[in-house]
Design a binder for this molecule. Structure first.
Ligand code: GTP
Ligand code: K
Ligand code: MG
Length: 439
């Protein structure tokens, strides 16, 4: 892989499609355009042209758009062909493009990586862009847009800059401490601003779970004894026949997962093995997996059927809804008060109430959160490092005047790594390989 190569890829979705966009970026983009389309249209002016192969036969008619670097997405010369989205059309074009010298198919995320390397966007914005593309719910989209728009980057850059300034002031004070015209109160003001940033980072980090919930989904785990109707509930909520349902206790062993959109939020709903003592090796493993998942659940739907033979289990430390199932069979017999709500997957009774209850719990969990939230492990890791260094700086202050300066330097550096302003070469492969090809 060479950075000087000209790269191309199909940047639009699955074929066949009405229109498909092939994007080309790099030093050879305009020459390729001239060869394939006959000439290079004026930048940013779409022109309908016939694209021709080596033997001069027409491949397709396409809208051709050009962007002269650095005024392009990648910062390089870019060309877009808006072709008909036929499989053979696209295959012919991609084959033709790969026949040019120093030209090759792009790797996942390579266009965005070039944009980053050419200073068109920072890492947080690039990651946000990748999230915009995979966003499935309204809140995922909004969170991703917040990252892609640069608001978060400004926040981090602002903190890093203020810390660098603070360090410079503290070092200046050290250098000139024996001179008389440096006002003694500088250091007080500076330290106050450092404390304020420390507190802001602490608050920002406290929102990281909320950010993860919005981006990765709110985890709802269905749990309860065998035959409580867990798999039936999963199927009813998913409106699909995903889990096997039988009257045999211990039917489900594997954890099953479906993705739901509740009120614009992504919800990951899990069905688990019935919780009971067992000697069956396979079922035992199922129960172990269920218990492991229960430890990380944002919300547990604790099921028990309404016959009243068993109470719905309470899971300490977990947000939990106690749900009585099979209301169609047992509603006369059981005190509904033993449950937060009762329902029947079979008749549909109570299902709307369950969705409303999940939605309420979720809303409570993310209540009032601004969308300026850290969402990725990478971001929270560096924020924690920065916070740790700032706490060190604060406690070192009393011990020695030199120590805090070094801690402040590390804090600013950690913040710089989030946006990629500080060297992150070692991370780029990992970050960009998770992107779509063509982006
Ligand atoms: N009448 C009625 N029967 C139900 C309802 N929900 C589930 N059942 C029945 O209860 C039995 C067990 O349902 P499952 O959904 O397999 O229960 P489970 O909790 O997943 O069971 P395990 O996977 O074995 O732990 C099946 O025979 C279902 O048809 C309901 O709302 N009404
Ligand atoms: K069952
Ligand atoms: Mg089941």
């Amino acid at each position: 892989m060479r950075a000087s190569d000209t790269i191309f890829a199909l940047s639009s979705g699955a074929l066949p499609s009405g229109v498909a966009v092939i994007r080309i970026s790099g030093p050879g983009a305009f020459d390729i355009c001239a060869s394939v389309a006959g000439h290079v249209p004026e930048p940013r002016r779409a022109q309908l042209l016939t694209l021709r192969g080596r033997d001069n036969t027409a491949i397709d008619q396409a809208l051709v758009l050009t962007f002269r670097g650095p005024a392009s997405f990648t910062g390089e010369d870019c060309v877009e062909f808006h072709l008909h989205g036929g499989r053979a059309v696209i295959r012919a074009m991609l084959d033709l493009l790969s026949s040019f010298a120093d030209t090759r198919h792009a790797e996942a995320g390579e266009f965005t990586r070039r944009a980053f390397e050419n200073g068109k966007l920072d890492l947080v914005e690039a990651e946000g862009l990748s999230d915009v593309i995979v966003a499935e719910t309204e809140m995922q989209r909004r969170l991703a847009m917040e990252q892609a728009s640069g608001h978060l980057s400004k926040l981090y850059e602002g903190w890093a800059k203020a810390l660098t300034h603070a360090r410079a002031m503290i070092e200046a004070e050290l250098d000139f401490s024996d001179e008389e015209d440096i006002p003694g109160s500088v250091s007080e003001t500076i330290w106050q601003s450092v404390e304020e940033i420390t507190e802001s980072i602490r608050r920002h980090l406290a929102g990281s779970r909320t950010g993860e919930i919005i981006r990765d989904g709110y985890q709802v785990v269905i749990a309860g004894p065998p035959n409580a109707g867990k798999s039936s509930l999963l199927n009813a909520l998913a409106k699909r026949d995903i889990a096997i349902v039988t009257d045999v206790a211990g039917t489900t062993r594997d954890v099953l997962e479906v993705h739901l959109d509740i009120g614009g939020y992504a919800v990951r709903l899990y069905d688990t093995a019935g919780l009971r003592e067992t000697d069956d090796t396979v079922e035992l493993e199922g129960v172990r997996r269920a218990r492991a998942l229960l430890e990380t659940a944002d919300l547990v739907l604790s099921l028990a059927d309404m016959s009243g033979e068993e109470d719905a289990e309470i899971f300490p430390d977990r947000d939990c809804l106690k749900i009585g199932t099979k209301a169609d069979l047992f509603s006369g017999q059981q005190k509904a008060d033993a449950f937060d709500l009762v329902l029947s997957s079979q008749s549909g009774e109570g299902m709307d109430r369950l969705i409303a209850a999940i939605s309420d719990r979720l809303a409570e969990r993310v209540a009032g959160a601004s969308l300026s939230l850290p969402v990725r492990q990478r971001q929270t890791d560096y924020l924690r490092q920065a916070l740790g260094a700032l706490e060190e700086a604060s406690s070192a202050r009393a011990l020695s005047p030199e120590l805090p300066s070094e801690s402040l330097r590390r804090a600013a550096e950690s913040l710089g790594r989030i946006t990629g302003r500080v060297d992150v070469e070692d991370l780029l492969d990992v970050i960009f390989s998770s992107f779509c090809v063509g982006k």
